[in-house]
Write a protein that binds this ligand. Structure first.
Ligand code: WQD
Length: 338
């Protein structure tokens, strides 16, 4: 099978490429490298000993997509390409809607033109807003509080309408919880452009000495230690969810939606402690006011993905912190470390 992977040079994309190649799939990657490095693809080739066909460009570029679909016999698309910083999306809503919504429209139009109607889409647990109860199942109400979340929700609605209009599409919408960790080789991992917004890369940069201290946003939440609770999921488990979703799509299920989370909630301080164990250092932090827009707690009920995809998250919190430390300590400046 030949799989087109949009955003394949990014964090989750690169880890998924490793598994696709190890599964003997052919892969074609399109990535505009706006928040990714071509070095990640070189490293995926080193890990797997296999070749990747790479197009540097944008999913908004329909002519380029048409060339890719003309030159390759694509069977399915995994669509990772998109912008993902919540705060930035509030500042630059048009850029977010253009990239995430118009980009997906462009991709789906070209897919339809070439009669390739198998799609795996990267959605997010952010579509659940502030859930009324926990754990979260796929039938919970959806809402969005920022343009990033809104763009994911809009694409979900568009894909639902697309499937309703033409049920020859097979679409897996994957709602990710909080992806963390890195490949066990330490060769690929998360490499944020700027000051990390997300907890794990920030902790990793404190551990490696790039940042003096972690700001813990709020210690007065209604959680076991007052800090925010999330469902951190190892990126290798998450990547595996995409292979399982491709297998599901091959059974022509129509449009299916799955939570990809572990079902466990860990607090900010739980993550700090686990990271201290992994790196053997004490990590300085201070308590700061709550971050605007944050919720107290969020974790998945992953039973649907367990039952229907045969997918289970198998990596522990220690696997998450150890592999992050392995990547970060070997690559203190990410892909620019060489
Ligand atoms: C986790 C916890 C923070 C940083 C966001 C998006 C979501 C998504 C994943 C997109 C919270 C606390 C964080 C820090 C801290 N998808 N924290 N100090 O907010 O659950 O989700 O990223 O890519 O759509 O909303 O993840 O990692 O930012 O925060 O105390 O420096 O860590 O308050 O409790 P979040 P996060």
């Amino acid at each position: 099978m030949t799989v087109l992977v949009t955003g394949g040079a990014g964090y989750i994309g690169s880890h998924t490429l490793v598994q696709l190649l190890e599964d003997n799939q052919q892969v074609v990657v399109i990535d505009n490298l706006s928040n990714a490095s071509v070095e990640s693809l070189v490293r995926v080739e080193n890990i797997t000993g296999k070749q990747i066909t790479f197009y540097q460009g944008d999913v908004l570029n329909k002519a380029l997509l048409q060339k890719i679909f003309t030159d390759h016999d694509i069977n399915a698309v995994i669509h990772f390409a998109g912008l993902k910083a919540v705060g930035e999306s509030v500042q630059q809503p048009l850029r977010y809607y253009e990239n995430n919504v118009t980009g997906t429209l462009s991709l789906c139009e070209v897919m339809a033109q070439f009669d390739v109607k198998n799609l795996v889409f990267s959605s997010s647990a952010t579509v659940y807003g502030d859930p009324a109860s926990l754990p979260i199942t796929e039938d919970f109400p959806t809402s969005a509080t920022n343009p990033y979340g809104q763009s994911k929700l809009m694409v979900e609605h568009i894909l639902n309408d697309l499937y309703r209009a033409d049920n020859s599409w097979n679409i897996a919408v994957l709602r990710y919880f909080n992806p963390v960790g890195a490949h066990p080789s330490g060769l690929i991992g998360e490499d944020p452009n700027d000051i990390p917004n997300n907890l794990m890369p920030f902790i990793a940069q404190v551990a490696v000495g790039k940042r003096p201290s972690l700001n813990v946003w709020g210690n007065d939440y209604d959680t076991h230690d007052g800090t925010g609770v999330r469902d951190y999921i190892h990126v290798v488990d998450l990547a595996n969810g995409h292979l399982k979703a491709l297998q599901k799509i091959a059974t022509k299920p129509g449009l299916v939606t799955y939570n990809l989370g572990t079902g466990n909630g860990y607090s900010v301080l739980d993550m700090v402690q686990a990271f201290e164990k992994a790196c053997g250092k004490t990590l300085p932090y201070t308590f700061e006011p709550r971050r605007a827009g944050d919720i107290a707690a969020c974790y998945a009920n992953p039973s649907k993905a367990n039952a229907e995809l045969g997918w289970y998250a198998s990596h522990s919190i220690d696997d998450m912190t150890k592999s992050t430390w392995h990547w970060q300590s070997n690559n203190p400046n990410g892909y620019n470390s060489q």
